[in-house]
Design a protein around this ligand. Structure first.
Ligand SMILES: [Zn+2]
Ligand SMILES: [Zn+2]
Length: 285
């Protein structure tokens, strides 16, 4: 995870005007880097992985990572403090979550992406937290875990025709879009760091085809290359970066974090991001 820290420093140099508001992400990256992964990671062969992908099933559905509550406590606790700091109104709900976690009523498995969305609803039920906050806490806690668990499976994905709007590795929703050579779209997963190709004229969130429901808000000036790409059919949006236009872009997760001003523009249009960043939580809840 230390590569992310390095890339973040470079990105901040480009986003000096936002440095103060982006500061909480420094600590998040420090926590991720400080977490020690267990020795075990996913041992599936290329054939076994492809067998899952052929059925449209993300790998962690049938091969979840081993999750140990004690081992993840710092990651979750730190993320909860971050949420409390940017959105104090959620304090009482966060307290209830802490209580449920300490009592063992909620475990890390409740935060994994699932077919119906993020988590199994247990966190919301136990704490009264909104789905946005839970989604953020889920990936802020699980990213280093899922990234380490899934890293041996990455090379097996080459040439696989996936076609779904969720991550083939962990089932998470897309967090950011890279436009690459040939104008192809590549979706990025904030939960595990995975990436996969996706059709250009289809909404990855609801599957609607064509340009009729598409909203594209193109940034200009020093933000040339960034686009807010939304869908009127489902009301969701993702930010997009044209990598052909901008060669000094950072990893998709960090590009998402470092452009909160574009989220403001998207929200003004009534659009919602499927996986909120920390600063998105200052608005909702
Ligand atoms: Zn993923
Ligand atoms: Zn849609």
């Amino acid at each position: 995870m230390s590569e992310l820290r390095e890339a973040w420093r470079e990105l901040l140099a480009r986003r000096r005007a936002l440095a103060t508001s982006l500061a909480p992400y420094d600590e998040m990256l420090e926590r991720w880097a400080a977490w020690t992964p267990p020795r075990r990671s996913l041992g599936w062969s290329a054939q076994r992985c492809r067998e899952s992908w052929t059925r449209g099933v993300p790998l962690t559905v049938e091969a979840p990572p081993p999750l140990d509550a004690d081992n993840l406590e710092n990651l979750l606790g730190g993320a909860m403090e971050d949420v409390a700091a940017v959105a104090p109104a959620r304090g009482p709900a966060l307290q209830r979550l802490a209580g449920a976690w300490d009592a063992g009523a909620i475990g890390p498995g409740a935060l994994l992406p699932r077919r119906e969305g993020i988590g199994d609803g247990a966190v919301e039920a136990a704490s009264g937290l909104d789905a946005e906050a839970v989604a953020f806490l889920a990936y802020a806690t699980l990213r280093p875990v899922l990234q380490a668990w899934l890293s041996p499976a990455r090379p097996h994905f080459a040439e696989v025709d996936w076609g779904r709007g969720v991550c083939p590795f962990c089932g998470g929703p897309p967090g950011f879009v890279d436009v690459i050579e040939g104008g192809h779209r590549r979706l990025a997963c904030h939960f595990c760091g995975g990436a996969w190709g996706f059709a250009k004229l289809r909404c990855p969130l609801c599957g609607v085809e064509g340009t009729k429901d598409m909203v594209r808000l193109q940034a200009e000036g020093e933000d040339a290359g960034y686009v807010v790409s939304g869908c009127r059919a489902c009301g969701a949006y993702l930010k997009e970066l044209d990598r052909r236009e901008r060669w000094n872009g950072g990893p998709p997760l960090l590009e998402d974090w470092a452009s909160p001003h574009l989220d403001v523009v998207a929200r003004r249009e009534g659009l919602r991001k499927p996986l909120p960043a920390l600063l998105d939580l200052t608005q909702a809840g």
